[in-house]
Design a protein around this ligand. Structure first.
Ligand code: TXA
Ligand code: MG
Length: 340
């Protein structure tokens, strides 16, 4: 008899967590997902960046459930997802710069941190007690259909256990959260593969808090200046999970800018460059043979999971240029490589 069955039988009153349901991203699946959210349950949903672990942002019990499912420290503020800019403007105060960025990039991989409006329904727990609120209109149609059907903001950090690599498909979500959430809405592989760019518009110049799916170059085109930030990651400041130094951590250690590899290391390639000793790698994934940063971003988290699964103690990563999405890719790899 498997041990878990034995313990269930010897302890019949215990609540055995139910399996997480996999819902198709069609009309029926979306209606079911919205009904679960309305009942205060948690549903992982596909965005164009990564899968989000969704819960009712207006309900502190649902938000507490998100922190519990992720095993995340509760001082981290969450992004509230809304179906359109109008819904966002009901929750936050949009100045000129926030409006320009929203007009240019929503729906899409941009999160705006703005002052919370007086009538905001995003609960304090989701905002970690801050007077600001992080809002995003996601690019995926399934996500917007769910948000419109639900009709309230949905708090959604990436749908992984805290400190683990962000999920870019439903199977990744289940690896981390099966039995801990009610359902996953399966929208296939995410298109961008990296989390949204987080920009603070709190008066004065806009500030880049987290590089992501919208590049610094594109922000500059809209703002007319290069936004300051991100500041060097501070491991102790309670700013947010994507800003903790050690985040996105696979089990293996990560070694950046590798130009030669030690036998038995797993190897992450980019483009045509081959480090010295590459033949002795235990496992190899090329993020983009063509050296295309957009393709590389979409593959990054899946590649980290695959190379980690090889059992190698270290993942060596070749140099990746910081242009375009390269900035966000290097940011995530730097966090994966941080001491922990
Ligand atoms: O692409 C994404 O952004 C994904 C998908 C699911 O939308 N979500 C995501 O959420 O990455 P999460 O919780 O892993 O990251 C939220 C980021 C953190 O870096 C946090 O610091 C920042 O947003 N943030 C949220 N509210 C904030 C606030 N009021 N002030 C400053 N930063 C805030
Ligand atoms: Mg995350």
């Amino acid at each position: 008899m498997p041990p878990e069955m034995a313990s269930r039988m010897s302890n019949p009153g215990s609540t055995v967590p139910a399996e997480t349901r996999l819902l198709a991203a069609d009309a029926a699946g979306i209606a079911e997902a919205a009904a679960l959210l309305r009942a205060g349950r948690l549903v992982a949903f596909p965005t164009e960046t990564v899968y989000g672990l969704g819960g009712d942002a207006t309900d502190p019990n649902a938000v507490a459930g998100i922190y519990a499912a992720k095993a995340r420290p509760s001082f981290n503020p969450l992004i509230s997802h809304v179906p359109d800019a109008e819904a966002a403007r009901a929750q936050g105060v949009f100045g000129e710069e926030a409006n320009r960025l929203a007009d240019a990039f929503w729906p899409g991989p941009l999160t705006l941190v703005v002052p919370a409006s007086a009538g905001t329904r995003v609960c304090e727990l989701a905002r970690a007690g801050l007077p600001s609120v992080a809002l995003r209109v996601p690019g995926s149609e399934a996500a917007r259909a769910l948000l419109a059907a639900f009709g309230r903001p949905v708090a959604g950090p990436s749908a992984n256990r805290s400190g683990r690599v962000s999920p870019t498909c439903a199977a990744h979500v289940l690896e981390d959260l099966n039995g801990r959430i009610a359902a996953v809405l399966d929208g296939g592989d995410t298109r961008v593969g990296l989390e949204s760019t987080v920009v603070a518009c709190l008066g004065g110049r806009a500030r880049l808090l987290r590089p992501g799916g919208i590049t610094r170059e594109r922000l500059r085109d809209v703002l007319g200046y290069d936004p300051e930030g991100p500041e060097a990651a501070d491991t102790h400041a309670p700013v947010g999970p994507g800003l903790l130094a050690s985040h996105y951590a696979p089990n293996a250690a990560v070694r950046l800018d590798a130009t030669r590899i030690v036998p038995g290391e797993a190897l992450m390639l980019f483009g045509a460059f081959r480090p010295e000793g590459h033949d002795a790698a235990r496992a190899v994934v090329n993020l983009s043979e063509a050296g295309d940063a957009t393709e590389a971003a979409a593959r990054l988290f899946g590649a980290l999971r695959d190379l980690d699964a090889s059992g190698a103690a270290t993942i060596a990563v070749v140099p990746i240029p910081p242009e375009g999405l390269g900035e966000a890719i290097r940011d995530r790899l730097g966090r994966a490589a941080a001491p922990r």
